[in-house]
Design a binder for this molecule. Structure first.
Ligand code: ASP
Length: 337
């Protein structure tokens, strides 16, 4: 029996056209182009339906409310389709992929997020290939998780980072190997894929929370950090150096972080490095964080840590539980040493 794929089209370069102000998403254009792709009419390809969002977005305009709409759209159509493709701009694709992985509880079907660096309106583009392969994977491979497909690689969504503004392999998953590679054949590494949950699908909606990220740099002023940590901030992803170091000789800064933790702000240390894990016990410049109530984000990306905080705060959990669960594996986003 033919497989059936639901395509959620949110916007992004993939369906943009040129204007005097640069590329903009153009309603109905992508669907017209897709209808012209003869490969998609092959008996070997799944059937598909496209739901084009209004307005189509440059993903720079994506918000947590819109993540919820995408998750609900997938859940509402869950039983009618074998798999899902989300067409999305590359700029915030890793955030949406991470957010959906936390929101879609009980997901046992593939959700493949993709887009392109060059729009389908250009003669030479990566839109066509990414789209065709994403539909094939969504329809034919029973991968029970949110994935990101780009540059011939299938990644776990909540492990991805956009690493290039202009290369066609724009994404990487530095701390988790690809779930699949696409060459002459589509090869899925089944041993890297999450187990099936055998539960019903459920959307854990994100509610509004004040969560931020802050990247340390040499000479960052304690006052700037103090201002950042003012109410209503509830959670902070602190992008620290290396394995989780901060300038521990700046006692003012250390005290500000400690006091913020005591006030109930959840501070999670991630690394500015792409690869490797935070280890707050490795250096004195890191253990000072541990003593200040800052918790380790281990090898999570900033995108995953941020959206995980949204998810946990949205469950209405007490702060101590949010801290505890930030350091637990929920859907393959973290490697606990
Ligand atoms: N600015 C675009 C977006 O994120 C970039 C892209 O899609 O590649 O929507």
């Amino acid at each position: 029996m033919k497989k059936h794929v639901y395509i959620v089209y949110t916007g992004g370069t993939i369906g943009m056209t040129r204007t005097e102000n640069g590329y903009v998403p153009t309603p109905c254009y992508l669907e017209q182009q897709i209808q012209k792709i003869s490969e998609l009419k092959s008996d070997l390809m799944p059937d598909y339906d496209i739901h084009e969002y209004d307005p189509l977005l440059d993903s720079a305009n994506m918000t947590p409310d819109k993540w919820v709409s995408i998750a609900k759209d997938i859940a509402n159509n869950y039983h009618k389709y074998d798999g899902f493709v989300v067409l999305h701009g590359t700029d915030t694709m890793a955030y949406t992929a991470s957010a959906l992985s936390f929101m879609l509880k009980g997901l046992d079907k593939p959700v493949i997020i993709t887009g392109s660096q060059i729009p389908i309106c250009e003669i030479r583009n990566d839109a066509r290939g990414n789209l065709i392969t994403a539909i094939m994977i969504a329809g034919n491979y029973k991968i029970p998780e949110v994935c990101l497909y780009f540059g011939d690689k299938l990644f776990r969504g909540n492990r991805t980072i956009k690493v290039s503004a202009d290369q066609l392999d724009a994404f990487d998953s530095p701390n988790y190997p690809p779930l699949g590679t696409v060459g002459v054949d589509i090869k899925i590494n089944w041993d890297r894929i999450l187990p099936k949950k055998n539960r019903s699908i459920q959307v854990c909606e994100f509610s509004r929370h004040s969560i931020g990220t802050l990247r340390l740099f040499p000479g960052i002023s304690a006052e700037v950090v103090e201002n950042f940590l003012q109410s209503p901030l509830q959670g902070l992803v602190l992008e620290t150096y290396g394995v989780g170091n901060i300038p521990d000789q700046d006692r003012k800064l250390v005290n500000i972080l400690r006091k913020a933790s005591e006030r109930g702000i959840v501070i999670v240390a991630c690394s500015q490095c792409l690869r490797g894990t935070v280890d707050l016990g490795a250096y004195a410049a890191g253990s000072v964080l541990q003593k200040s109530g800052v918790i380790s984000g281990y090898d999570m990306t900033t995108e995953a840590a941020l959206t995980k905080m949204f998810y946990l705060f949205s469950q209405g959990l007490p702060v101590d539980d949010v801290r505890k669960m930030m350091q637990e594996n929920i859907c393959g986003e973290i490697t606990i040493p």
